[in-house]
Design a protein around this ligand. Sequence first.
Ligand code: AMP
Ligand code: GLY
Length: 421
Amino acid sequence: MNIALIGSGGREHALCHKLFESSIVNKIYCIPGNAGTNSIAKNLNIDFLNFNRLLSVIKLYNIDLVVVGPELPLVKGIVDFLRKNKIKVFGPDKYAAQLEGSKAFMKYLCKKNKIPTAGFKICKNKKDINIFLAQHKMPIVVKADGLASGKGVVICYSKKEVEKFSNEIFLGKFKSSKKLVLEEFLEGEEVSYFLIVDKKRFSFIGSAQDHKRVGENETGPNTGGMGAYSPAPVINKDLEKKIIKNIVEPTLKALRERNHSYTGFLYVGLMIKNNDPYLIEYNVRMGDPECQVILPRLKTDLGKLLKASVENKLNKIKIKWSESKCMSIVLCSKGYPNRQIVNKKIDLRQIKLTNKSFIFHASTKIKNGLFFSNGGRVLNIVVLGNTFLKIRNQIIKIIKIINWKFGFFRKDIGWRVINKR
Ligand code: AMP
Ligand code: GLY
């Protein structure tokens, strides 16, 4: 089958790499892709939010399955549009994508179905804010309701901070919504739990932990993710049962009852406290960089798996995993996540990869056969191995060989699982 893969980040390069290995995948078209996908697929420089243009390209290239990487097209209804036009597509519809697209939608769904999550109030004005402030202690988490490219959440330690950030949201700082959610602060260990879902059932597709802060020792501003590792040892059998029974099943049942059965990847963002899971967020896609550390461990043919999901035959596939552990460190452009330098040459010719090491491109482009940086997160250096410490050392060795003077990275990725040993 021919695949159109929507997106251009490290997640999409990892998906593309795995689909390239699939025995049932013929051609892959990345829309728009990056310099990494360019070497194994055909990149098409098309605005994927222009759905009509996208449809004509899908028809032109005889695409059998569209795989959607990022959240924005899902939240904007790409799945509904393509399905209406009889195109097979992997991902949730617009209604179900509100799990990520609207924090208010997600929190109401939790409340109605008794899903464990932080106490909250949806606020539309100052009066709402004051009611919540009078009833709760600091810290308080302020969240913009709509998509905000990772910039919509602030943990506040004073009333003043809550008022300031809330005011900015009410005044329209984020175009997607002027509502916000105030939440109690949950203490614990954060972990991401992934599922692949069809209309009738779901299968586990990995656990991971990522590092969102830009600086070592979890300091500095939040980023899209500076590195990740899989599996996450904090997940045990007992916890997994609770995640499924208390969080996943009631969510999928609620959507089914509203005639919007979920399909696609589901990213369950959790806080674990005293071996009990609390839902922090849903994302309606794979994580980035979590995808880059989960897929190298997957032994099952990804093409077959995605096909089974869109045909509601996930029960026919037993998902197999490598015993190895996997880690990714992201090589970023200096200045990220504020104002990073871009368009700098990056030379990978000295790098010799094995079947246990990978470079997944994120923001790169190709000019005259050479790689150039094109954004904040540039490359994911990914290694499979037996211990996280050895893996991390190997990744750092590769980064030293790349020796990119315009970049930086965190040397402490995986500290939680390495320091414990
Ligand atoms: P979200 O976009 O909802 O995932 O929030 C971004 C990040 O903020 C999460 O990954 C957590 O690290 C943190 N966070 C969000 N909500 C809470 C909460 N209620 N308590 C503690 N930390 C939170
Ligand atoms: N790494 C966090 C995310 O993909 O949302």
